[in-house]
Design a protein around this ligand. Structure first.
Ligand SMILES: [Cu+2]
Length: 182
């Protein structure tokens, strides 16, 4: 009970850089609770006028029983829910989900274009370079607070270096006659 109140207080103090948050950051972007390992929580910067944002994270389950992510509370003023992206009639749509399964001995990765933590009714801009706390609630492992790092608008996710291949190559293409799409 007292713990829950404390988590709320920490979330409220998010943008004030409390010492509690500084301690959390020492965990180097990997967090453990029970049999779960939570890695590299991140979010994408949004435009000033944006009313929505999203959070992403990888969750590994080293245990022999499945668990489920059943809720999240963000340290940014917003309504926070769990979402999935689905294709319907060739259109990408978002749909709210009640829970996200974390299979026994397996993992789940929340990433752009798939499962994500949705921040709706965003009252404050999420800016690159910031970080904010996010409390994840699992049905078996309980609650854990992680720090979400805000990446650039075009960031596609951790793991792989897809983003780095997008750098323009200087000195190329000036005399090119081909018209391949950019
Ligand atoms: Cu969404």
């Amino acid at each position: 009970m007292f713990k829950n109140i404390l988590i709320g207080a920490v979330a409220m103090a998010a943008l004030a850089h409390s010492t509690v948050i500084a301690d959390t950051m020492k965990a180097m972007h990997t967090y453990k609770i029970g049999h779960l390992v939570i890695e590299q929580p991140w979010s994408r910067a949004v435009a000033k006028s944006a009313k929505t944002g999203a959070g992403y994270v990888s969750i590994k389950n080293t245990g022999s029983e499945p668990d489920r992510l059943i809720g999240a509370t963000a340290g940014v003023p917003s309504r926070t829910t769990l979402h999935n992206n689905i294709m319907r009639d060739n259109m990408m749509m978002m749909r709210r989900v009640k829970a996200i399964e974390v299979p026994a001995g397996g993992s789940v990765t929340l990433k752009p274009g798939g499962l994500h933590i949705m921040f709706e009714k965003l009252h404050k801009q999420i800016k690159q370079g910031q970080s904010f706390p996010l409390t994840l609630e699992f049905s078996k492992a309980g609650k854990v607070e992680v720090m979400v790092e805000v990446k650039s608008l075009g960031h596609r996710g951790n793991g792989g270096h897809a983003g780095h291949a997008m750098k323009p190559m200087k000195g190329h293409g000036e005399n090119a006659t081909s018209s391949h799409p950019k």
